[in-house]
Write a protein that binds this ligand. Structure first.
Ligand SMILES: Nc1ncnc2c1ncn2[C@@H]1O[C@H](COP(=O)(O)OP(=O)(O)OP(=O)(O)O)[C@@H](O)[C@H]1O
Ligand SMILES: O=P(O)(O)O[C@@H]1[C@H](O)[C@H](O)[C@@H](OP(=O)(O)O)[C@H](OP(=O)(O)O)[C@H]1O
Length: 356
């Protein structure tokens, strides 16, 4: 089940009980309407950002960049956390302010490897597995820690959002899904093929390909999944945000046309690109369905991190990827760097127009 909001909707104040999304019969989108059976741990604003001492001194400087602390820091009270997109019920916050994400073995393997890779400053620090109420969780940094009423954007990277193995499985034992048919029809009643209409179900790979073609995944190699603004409004209605102009408009709105914030993001993305191009981990992994999480706040602090490695898999040796070559089945390419190139170009263009 995924968190979905039909449109822009203010979030609940911090410290409120977690809201469980429920399927709305009218729209088939999910909304925050129902209490979880247990409350989230109460969250309070942390007085210090979760950054190194140099970065702490930068807190009030516009455009200051933040790195996630590479090592476990002292325990502190929890920082406020919000989930912009993704599966509902996958997360909880720990008493020490860390973020707990439902255990996924492939994600754990990636996070463990990433702690020893040059990419370490660009992913949430990983602290191992925590068991809670008979459920295992991967424990990681809450990247929102230290931000003051942050604006958050989740962008899913790459040109392919499903695994090559999913295609094989779909061929060998197809399992058409009714929920995905319903999500498809809710956006475009004409999208399903006649046979899909007949069985009122679609294969997941078909649904994922349709989502890619509807959005900028196909055309730009990334797509905006959701944006939460500082005032708490959250928009996840980007399924049809496809062309450059739509993406530019969403990005300009996200940063309120702030040149310092755009410059910070541009600098950080260029840094990430350079590190990705030289990372042993990245070279040897198919990175699918992973997001870049953009966070900034009114103090001018801004950061970008890679998150969600649930569908990031090692390539069979000696195969390595350049992440720019177009995908054909069998080459395992994911288009991640092509998408990042396009993202950086778009930010650069926005900046040059704003500075004209
Ligand atoms: N380390 C983190 N710090 C702060 N927020 C995070 C962190 N990891 C995830 N989030 C929040 O949770 C959301 C979902 O994260 P993620 O993509 O990992 O979940 P998921 O359920 O695996 O998503 P998907 O549906 O794409 O598989 C992000 O958009 C972000 O708002
Ligand atoms: O954004 P949408 O349109 O709601 O579609 C979902 C989205 O593509 C998720 O990435 C995917 O989870 P995974 O990335 O984990 O595959 C999920 O599959 P699921 O329903 O099988 O969880 C889809 O339903």
């Amino acid at each position: 089940m995924r968190l979905k909001r039909n449109n822009i909707k203010p979030r609940k104040p911090q410290g409120a009980r977690c809201k469980k999304p429920v399927l709305s019969p009218a729209s088939s989108f999910e909304e925050y309407d129902e209490d979880f059976s247990e409350p989230c741990p109460t969250v309070t604003h942390s007085s210090q950002a979760d950054v190194g001492s140099d970065a702490k001194n930068e807190l009030l400087k516009p455009g200051a960049m933040v790195n996630s602390s590479p090592l476990p820091g002292p325990l502190r009270t929890g920082s406020p956390w919000v989930q912009v997109v993704g599966h509902a019920g996958n997360f909880r916050t720990g008493p020490d302010g860390k973020l707990l994400k439902k255990y996924c073995e492939s994600e754990q393997r990636c996070l463990q490897k990433l702690m020893g890779d040059s990419l370490r400053p660009y992913v949430p620090s990983y602290y191992g597995v925590t068991r809670h109420d008979q459920q295992d969780y991967n424990t990681m940094d809450n990247l929102l820690a230290g931000f003051d009423s942050p604006c958050i954007m989740d962008c899913k990277m790459g040109t392919r959002t499903y695994l090559e193995d999913d295609l094989r499985k779909a061929r060998e034992s197809p399992q058409p899904r009714k929920d995905m048919y319903e999500k498809m029809v809710a956006v475009d009643p004409g999208a399903p093929h006649p046979e899909e209409h007949a069985q009122q179900a679609v294969l997941k790979t078909r649904y994922m390909q349709w989502r890619e073609s509807l959005s900028s995944t196909d055309t730009l190699g990334f797509r905006i999944e959701g944006i939460q603004k500082a005032n708490g409004t959250c928009n996840t209605n980007f399924k049809k945000t496809k062309c450059n102009e739509q993406v530019v408009q969403a990005l300009e709105d996200f940063v309120d046309k702030s040149v310092p914030i755009l410059r910070s993001y541009q600098k950080r993305l260029k840094e990430i690109r350079l590190v990705l191009e030289n990372s042993d981990f990245f070279r040897a992994h198919e990175v699918v369905g992973s997001s870049l999480l953009f966070i900034h706040d009114r103090t001018g602090k801004a950061g970008v991190w890679m998150i969600d490695f649930g569908k990031t898999l090692p390539t069979p040796p000696p195969l390595t990827l350049d992440h720019r070559t177009p995908w054909v089945e069998g080459n395992r390419e994911d288009g991640y760097l092509w998408g990042l190139d396009n993202f950086i170009d778009i930010l650069t263009n926005i900046l040059s127009v704003l500075l004209e």
